[in-house]
Write a new protein. Sequence first.
Length: 177
Amino acid sequence: MQAFQALMKWMHTPQGEKIAKAAKEKAWAPFLIKYPNADKSKFVAQVDFAYNHTATAKILYKEGHDNLLSVFGSDSKCWSEDMKKALRLNQSSGGFPPQLTPSGRKGSSMPIPTVGFHDPAPSLKKIFNGEMKIYATPNEYFTTKFREIFQKTKLKHTTGKESRKWFAGPNMSYWPQ
């Protein structure tokens, strides 16, 4: 009990308030990156102190008079329509999933160019012989070559039993994987 009272007293010192302010700023940063258009007046940063005088903060949605809901600690499928409106999820993209929109802002262009559907499809030789860029993030990618799966594969049988099994019908164990 005395340790708790000492912690409560320390929280209101200049050093405690400075640590709380830093924890709040640290919690707001990822929130504002993920939801840049959110109505900040509907959210609050709650600071929790540990006995070793460290602080962590989380962003909570003010759902009612005494009801707070964690933004990052709750399932987005269970969010109320009011919370979605406060996060401005439906307004930024016309109902399109915000994870797939370019930064959730209107008028911003994708850093990866889109592929036009009116253009002819590339030939299979170009796809399988050239290196492809696979984007992991908008700025980072890795290159790979796809294996030619339509090439003629020669099967080698080592036993007569294996040959009879092959001639009997399709066998998925020979399928190139």
